[in-house]
Design a binder for this molecule. Structure first.
Ligand SMILES: [Zn+2]
Length: 67
């Protein structure tokens, strides 16, 4: 544990590339971004497009007039 911090890709653990720092490649950069977006969609209150909301709630929307 006394070694200097080896710059590694946080996605796959390979040595990072200067062009895609801190990732090793564009693929890992994209993967990290997609993971981020995926997490965001799971979090309540996160920005979601109206279309997605409509699709998500279409099952319950039918009970609107019930009271
Ligand atoms: Zn990588």
């Amino acid at each position: 544990m006394a070694s200097t911090l080896a710059p590694k890709c946080p996605v796959c653990g390979k040595a990072k590339s200067q062009d895609f720092t801190p990732f090793c490649s564009a693929g890992c950069k994209d993967r990290d971004l997609l993971q981020w977006l995926g997490e965001g969609y799971k979090v309540p209150g996160a920005p979601v497009s109206p279309d997605q909301l409509a699709d998500h709630f279409s099952g319950d929307a039918g009970r609107d007039g019930e009271s």
